[in-house]
Design a protein around this ligand. Structure first.
Ligand code: MBD
Ligand code: FE
Length: 284
């Protein structure tokens, strides 16, 4: 292939020919879905470069940024999930995947702090291990679309502490805290103790934090508790419950808040809060 552009000529036509050649190079892709996704990505990337007359300097900078984003941080994350989150892409994919099941609890993005296989806990356990904070009691039920209880569902819970940090961000903690796995009882119920989650700045010291600073965006998420619920024969639900009245509900930096997931964490006479919630999960 000979590039037909030369100094002084407008590059558009040469780029079109190049784009066609690149697209053709994927013709041997066996899986049609893979072929569709990769060729459409190439089409959009080429057109992005052309429409913005992207310079080598800018693209080099972008590659440095993406390289940084992929590096593992001290708290064992890489920031691609976070980048997808702050660009709203995680929430777009969440909507595409999960908004087609009306009679169930809405899903919400997974985020970067889920750790596979959290420690199993008994009903009534305090998952905060006595960390400071406003005491929280959670009473939840898992039901199906018809409101029938789902016993034996696996319910993973994780949240940040009073200062907005997850355990994996706190090197002085040894072992998991503010994360646990419960199994619903024969009536589909679970209950545990914890502390009220706080508004939370996503990690601001990495490349994604740098991006937010450069564009003048704040790094905060509205206070939330994460849940992942699985049961045989049912669709897995990944969601978050947001504290009604909490900060940043309208400007959550990862666009993760859905109205139906903003719920009362009801103040109790003893100063604690009560979260009483029924999760509805769909049948497969
Ligand atoms: C979080 O705690 C979170 O839940 C998401 C979705 C993104 C960044 C930090
Ligand atoms: Fe979170």
């Amino acid at each position: 292939f000979l590039h037909r552009a030369w100094r002084g000529q407008r590059p558009g036509e040469a780029v079109s020919a190049l784009t066609r050649q690149v697209l053709a190079s994927f013709a041997g892709t066996e899986d049609p879905r893979t072929h569709q996704l990769i060729t459409d990505l190439v089409r959009h990337l080429h057109s992005y470069a052309v429409r913005n007359d992207l310079t080598e300097r800018e693209w080099t900078r972008a590659i440095e940024f993406l390289t940084d984003t992929g590096h593992i941080t001290d708290d064992k994350r890489q920031e691609f999930v976070l980048l997808s989150d702050v660009l709203g892409l995680s929430s777009v994919v969440d909507l595409l995947t999960n908004s087609r099941t009306p009679d169930t609890t809405p899903s919400a993005v997974l985020g970067p702090f889920y750790v596979d296989g959290p420690p199993a806990a008994e009903h009534g356990a305090d998952i905060s291990d006595g960390l400071p904070g406003t005491p929280l009691v959670v009473r939840a039920r898992v039901t199906d679309e018809a409101g029938e209880p789902v016993p034996g569902a696996v319910v993973d819970v994780w949240q940040s502490n009073e200062d907005g940090f997850y355990d994996v961000q706190l090197p002085e903690l040894d072992g998991p805290v503010l994360r646990a796995r419960f199994h619903t009882d024969p009536l589909g119920r679970l209950h545990f103790r914890s502390i009220l989650p706080s508004a939370y700045p996503i990690p601001a010291d990495g490349p994604v934090g740098g991006l937010l600073a450069e564009v003048g965006r704040h790094p905060y998420r509205a206070p939330h508790v994460h849940f992942m619920i699985s049961a045989p024969g049912h669709r897995r639900l990944v969601t978050q419950l947001f504290v009604r009245g909490g900060e940043y509900l309208d400007s959550d930096t990862v666009f993760g808040v859905k109205d139906a997931l903003v719920v009362e964490f009801t103040p109790q006479p003893d100063g604690s809060r009560l979260l009483d919630y029924e999760f509805r999960i769909g049948r497969l």
